[in-house]
Design a protein around this ligand. Structure first.
Ligand code: GLC
Length: 448
């Protein structure tokens, strides 16, 4: 019932607007690629002749990635798939902000639109979208066994496998090795207080030559990414996980302290505009040589190490810092592939998902795009680990924290909006003691 209300509301805009929206998103997509990606061909499709015989000539639409080089990867894989199977795939990048992608899919599903066959689904959505997605278990259940059990469980709703794990994500710290050395630091910061101190010193020095230089960049815009960043700050300061055991816990002293500590750094060791940054702006600042530290997901690694980067060979990654009372954590992110119940070509769409979530494609994605494999054997592969140092146990085994989707189901997006808007208000100047009680009462209202 609840999802119905939400989707019907969103559905007013309808399918026509969706198509317009999709084309606008496509026009604005990034074209960057990097040397590694260009050098490695997309893997061939297994059993392609049999697939061609059954579904060749059909046409499907895949709503895919738009952050970093994700669209370049999707296009390359779709081209290979089409060439091998004869199934045409039109790749449409979704809006870069996850919450906007959610709204777009919600509109399409509520209008029962058949314009989308396959879509990438954020790790926090399977519960909300389950009623609109095909159960992939009969055809892909065997392949799902290769993937991490915890993600398969996340993607299984009431016994139905509503999406296949595609790539994982967790927040990590990027730091400039050359600048740490230049300013006399032998190791990256362990606490947020250390990070602020180091960021300030490096920034003061670097600004002499580069007025755009900032100590620290992250995703401070009012969108889903800020919920992920804020969860890391709060949890790493021992302040809980926004909602714990079904109770809203965000309004506590440890959360207030760390959020206020972040607030006073805005414009001081961060660009003033960091409160409008999403993933791409963070990555651009760091890879352009304009930041000492950045919080981002693993995809940034491949771009930073790629040909067009100004920081190639000058940076490394580690776990995120923690508060004076907590320990390092990383927010769980990641994307799944799902098939719409309204698709007119479900079987062909499932074959595309089979290919895209296969070991060969995950290996390709990990090496060319530094995305986290969800297939255990791929994550252990030597070439994959070499290209992705964040997979080393010291970083990969950091405690993961999850957004409170399981307590919110269809209301997750609405609740996360309350969180990221409130946190953004703090970053732009309001004390946490004023904002957190408001977030708390709005969340309690939503959870009623
Ligand atoms: C990354 C994560 C996703 C998260 C998003 C927020 O794409 O994989 O889970 O919602 O960032 O910006």
């Amino acid at each position: 019932m609840k999802h119905r209300r939400l989707l019907v509301l969103a559905g007013v805009v309808g399918a026509v607007a969706l198509v317009a929206f999709l084309s606008v998103a496509a026009a604005g997509s990034k074209k960057a690629t990097h040397a590694q990606a260009a050098a490695i061909p997309a893997p061939r499709v297994p059993h392609a002749a049999a697939i061609r015989k059954k579904y060749g000539g059909q046409k499907i639409t895949f709503v895919g990635d738009s952050v970093g080089n994700g669209h370049v990867r999707d296009t390359k894989l779709a081209k290979r798939f089409s060439k091998d199977t004869g199934i045409k795939v039109s790749v449409v990048p979704h809006p870069a902000a996850s919450d906007q992608s959610y709204a777009q899919l919600a509109r399409a599903f509520s209008s029962k639109s058949s314009s989308i066959d396959v879509a990438m689904i954020d790790v926090v959505w399977p519960g909300a979208f389950a009623p609109y997605l095909v159960n992939l278990k009969p055809k892909l259940g065997k392949q799902a066994k290769l993937h991490l059990g915890s993600i398969v469980a996340n993607d299984t709703i009431k016994g139905k496998l509503v999406a296949m794990p595609w790539f994982g994500d967790y927040g990590i710290l990027y730091y400039r090795t050359d600048l740490l050395k230049k300013y006399g630091y032998s190791a990256p910061p362990k606490t947020w207080a250390d990070l602020f101190k180091m960021a300030k010193k490096i920034q003061d020095g670097e600004r002499k030559d580069n007025p755009n230089f900032a100590g620290f960049v992250f995703q401070g815009n009012a969108y889903e990414g800020l919920t992920c960043n804020a969860l890391e700050w709060i949890a790493s300061a021992g302040g809980g996980h926004i909602i714990d055991n079904g109770k809203v816990t965000i309004d506590n002293a440890k959360a207030r302290t760390i959020l206020d500590a972040m607030r006073v750094q805005i414009g001081k060791v961060t660009p003033q505009g960091v409160t409008t940054y999403q993933e791409d702006q963070t990555e651009h600042a760091f890879d352009n040589g304009d930041a000492a530290f950045a919080r981002n997901w693993p995809y940034q690694y491949g771009i930073g190490a790629g040909a067009g980067s100004k920081v190639k060979g000058k940076f490394n990654v580690t776990v995120l810092p923690h508060g004076s009372t907590g320990g390092s954590v990383g927010t769980v992110g990641g994307w799944q592939l799902a098939v719409s119940k309204f698709s007119k070509h479900k079987a062909a769409a499932i074959e595309f998902v089979r290919y895209m979530t296969s070991p060969a494609v995950e290996k390709f994605d990990a090496i060319t795009n530094s995305n986290v494999p969800t297939i255990v054997s791929v994550a252990k592969n030597k070439a994959v680990v070499k290209a992705n140092p964040y997979l080393k146990p010291a970083i990969a085994s950091v405690p993961r924290v999850t957004r409170p989707a399981k307590f919110l189901g269809t209301k997750y997006n609405e609740a996360s909006k309350v969180v990221y808007q409130g946190i953004n208000q703090i970053l732009t100047g309001s004390p946490a003691s004023q904002v957190l009680p408001q977030i708390k009462s709005k969340l309690q209202q939503i959870m009623k």
